[in-house]
Design a protein around this ligand. Structure first.
Ligand SMILES: *[C@@H]1O[C@H](CO)[C@@H](O)[C@H](O)[C@H]1NC(C)=O
Ligand SMILES: *[C@@H]1O[C@H](CO)[C@@H](O)[C@H](O)[C@H]1NC(C)=O
Ligand SMILES: *[C@@H]1O[C@H](CO)[C@@H](O)[C@H](O)[C@H]1NC(C)=O
Ligand SMILES: *[C@@H]1O[C@H](CO)[C@@H](O)[C@H](O)[C@H]1NC(C)=O
Ligand SMILES: *[C@@H]1O[C@H](CO)[C@@H](O)[C@H](O)[C@H]1NC(C)=O
Length: 484
């Protein structure tokens, strides 16, 4: 999600020895190029080929999704240094991790001693890397306890010094080295803070009554700390139809910009369907908060404090100035879709819902989305105005799209089934075109590598082929060169 190498090296602790960016603006003679001369490449994708991770990956459809292909898996595919890492459940339910050198077609795979406990597509594996070069996995949780595995130090930062075997991973734990966090975890996601700490974002509670929370790993002391919850489940939300007294905030992601600001978009989900026209899912509004102190203090876009993590003051449905794009619960708005931060620190979100021209009351969330949902690109311009453009392609799916930016801040939206639409930064992200729509036989949602674009300009994503029942199916990683 962070196109420029400087941003990536800022937020990745280990092995993020990405080369300096200033070279891009230097001409062949060594003199600085005229301002803007190296920018403004048009968006393009050049297919580089694909590799097979697993011929028989675990397959079952639950909550309209697959356990190996969920947008909220941050990260399911991850580049650090010169290697890429992938996580998934194999057909025998084994949690599996693979690595390859960038540009290589051969993956080394290893199982880490855990098998998926339940057929629930929420229970994804997510991977993160700390500054001591450890690979961390949190997995198999849905409003429940979770499973945690931590590698030896140096596994990721010095890959050539470590064989890719089970010995490189520690025991499967039910806490973070003794720090329990919660007995009701969902949506673990890793992000590296500008200070180099590995942060774990998670939800406590349940759908419609839960809180966003953070924990943090310090590689210097090899210790986890729970920072606590930062969003509130309480307060009253009222529409013309009725009221709801509890909710949860779903995050589109957590991304640090080049200046160290943490950006988070989200949607609320209400506990009570009394707030809808008869719709059976209660997501509403696209909200935005940020933090300039690594997730301790949260402000709205205008800079007013709206919450402090682990305190009595939490980001809530009535907090002022949060709404980037208002939408009632009647339009089948997707939760946890996607977000990015550009080179100028402007936040971007990719959201999707059924626009009003197709009706004002979507009663069946899944069927309504398949028939009518459209993606929208939402971003905040330098004067502080929220902008929104419809990405002019039907979703033809109930599932999520993913947003990534290249080195020129051109936007790429990987839609369900792996179709890639793009728009140029030069046009103000208005000239959307479809660049790739080959039939991959992908189930739907894909899992992108948010980190690789900044390393070598390659858009890489993981997808699983469609199957039936519980018949395992092939899992692939496909690569496309973007302009650099
Ligand atoms: C998982 O992997 C381990 C180690 O390779 C193996 O012993 C086991 O049979 C596999 N399957 C299950 C279901 O545990
Ligand atoms: C919404 O309603 C449809 C049609 O009755 C049903 O098939 C679907 O399971 C419902 N979805 C949810 C999330 O309740
Ligand atoms: C931001 O958008 C507003 C509304 O469209 C516009 O008036 C303003 O000029 C824009 N600012 C920039 C820096 O583009
Ligand atoms: C929508 O998706 C389905 C399933 O992949 C496919 O069969 C159908 O052709 C698609 N329709 C359009 C208009 O793309
Ligand atoms: C879970 O999925 C496996 C196949 O992956 C299947 O054998 C099993 O019956 C499923 N269990 C349930 C409760 O659906």
């Amino acid at each position: 999600m962070h196109p420029a190498p400087s941003r990536r090296s800022l937020i990745l602790g280990a092995g993020a020895a990405v080369c300096a960016t200033s070279l891009g603006n230097v001409s062949a003679a060594g003199a600085p190029a005229p301002s803007g001369a190296s920018a403004a490449a048009d968006p393009s994708v050049t297919p580089l080929g694909s590799t097979l991770l697993d011929r028989t990956a675990l397959y079952f459809v639950s909550y309209d999704g697959l356990v190996n292909n969920n947008a909220f898996q941050k990260n399911g595919l991850l580049t650090v240094g010169g290697h890429q890492y992938a996580v998934w459940y194999a057909g025998d339910r084994n949690a599996t991790v693979a690595r390859r050198a960038l540009g290589d077609d051969t993956w080394e795979t290893v199982t880490v001693g855990h098998t998926l406990t339940i057929n629930d597509s929420h229970n994804v594996i997510c991977a993160g890397v700390s500054a001591d070069g450890r690979l961390h996995l949190v997995m198999d949780a849905h409003s429940s306890g979770y499973f945690y595995v931590k590698s030896v130090p140096g596994l990721v930062s010095s890959p050539d010094d470590h064989a890719w075997t089970g010995d490189a991973f520690g025991p499967v734990q039910r806490s973070l080295d003794g720090v329990t966090l919660t007995s009701t975890m969902t949506y673990p996601q890793f992000v590296v803070s500008p200070s180099g700490a590995l942060q774990l974002s998670y939800r406590t509670g349940v759908s419609g009554n839960g809180q966003a929370a953070l924990a943090e790993y310090d590689a210097g002391t090899d210790r986890w700390t729970n920072l606590g919850a930062w969003s509130s489940a309480t307060g009253t939300y009222t529409t013309g139809y009725g009221s709801s007294g509890a909710r949860n905030l779903y995050l589109h992601g957590l991304d640090y910009g080049r200046d160290g600001t943490l950006h988070v978009f989200g949607t609320w989900r209400e506990q009570s369907t009394a707030v809808t026209c008869g719709a059976n899912l209660t997501n509403h509004d696209t909200v935005y908060v940020r933090s300039t102190d690594r997730g301790r203090t949260w402000t709205n876009a205008a800079g007013s404090v709206v919450g402090r993590t682990g305190s009595g003051t939490l980001v809530g449905v009535s907090s002022p100035g949060l709404i980037a794009d208002p939408l009632s619960p009647d339009h089948a708005l997707m939760n946890q879709e996607s977000q990015a931060v550009d080179s100028a620190g402007r936040p971007h979100a990719l959201i999707s819902y059924v626009p009003g021209r197709f009706g004002q009351c979507v009663t069946d969330y899944v069927a309504g989305r398949i028939a009518y949902a459209r993606p929208f690109h939402v971003w905040r311009n330098a004067s502080g105005t929220w902008q929104k453009t419809e990405v002019p392609f039907a979703m033809n799916s109930s599932q999520r799209s993913q947003l990534l930016l290249d080195a020129s801040d051109n936007a790429y939206v990987v839609m369900p089934y792996g179709r890639i639409a793009a728009a140029s930064a030069a046009s103000g992200w208005s000239d959307w075109t479809m660049l790739f729509d080959d039939d991959l036989n992908a189930f739907g949602e894909i899992v992108p590598d948010y980190h690789r674009v900044a390393v070598d300009g390659v858009l890489s994503f993981l997808y699983q082929e469609s199957s039936s029942g519980t018949t395992p199916s092939p899992l692939h990683v496909i690569d496309f060169q973007l302009p650099t």
